[in-house]
Design a protein around this ligand. Structure first.
Ligand code: ZN
Ligand code: ZN
Length: 140
């Protein structure tokens, strides 16, 4: 089965569970996200998808991204500075963030960092966000 067919099947299944529809635009947005590793903004997704679908608007791309987030197919990184970024991964993982070019890349951590923290007794920690700040290979 072709890659795009696999993506379509997966999207259709997940979207239908949440009452959403499979559209060519959603497929294009998801397909683009699954090919890049820099966690693009809605605008960057728009510019890339526009090459294949010249009539698509930024607002449509944004709506489709949000629908995919709602269905749990992608995740949204809204913390940090500037525009929200979108991530094809929905599992717990962490990021490196280049302070010069803004590129965000995945980083995995083996241990549970919570175990090493002295958390205030009256605070119930349910998770954490971690962003390693610095310079990427292009910017150092
Ligand atoms: Zn950089
Ligand atoms: Zn990520």
């Amino acid at each position: 089965m072709k890659r795009i067919e696999v993506i379509k099947r997966l999207l259709k299944e997940k979207l239908e569970l949440k009452g959403g529809n499979l559209t060519e635009q959603r497929v294009a947005v998801f397909d683009y996200l699954s090919q890049v590793e820099n966690h693009p903004t809605a605008e960057e997704v728009f510019l890339a998808v526009k090459r294949k679908m010249p009539k698509i608007s930024l607002a449509t791309v944004y709506k489709n991204l949000e629908a995919l987030v709602e269905c749990g197919l992608i995740s949204k990184l809204a913390h940090g500075d500037g525009a929200a970024r979108y991530d094809i991964r929905t599992d717990q993982h962490y990021h490196t963030h280049c302070l010069k070019c803004g590129k965000i890349l995945d980083m995995d951590i083996e241990d549970d960092l919570l175990a090493g923290l002295s958390i205030p007794e009256d605070f119930v920690a349910t998770g954490y966000r971690l962003e390693l700040l610095g310079h990427c290979s292009n910017c150092k």
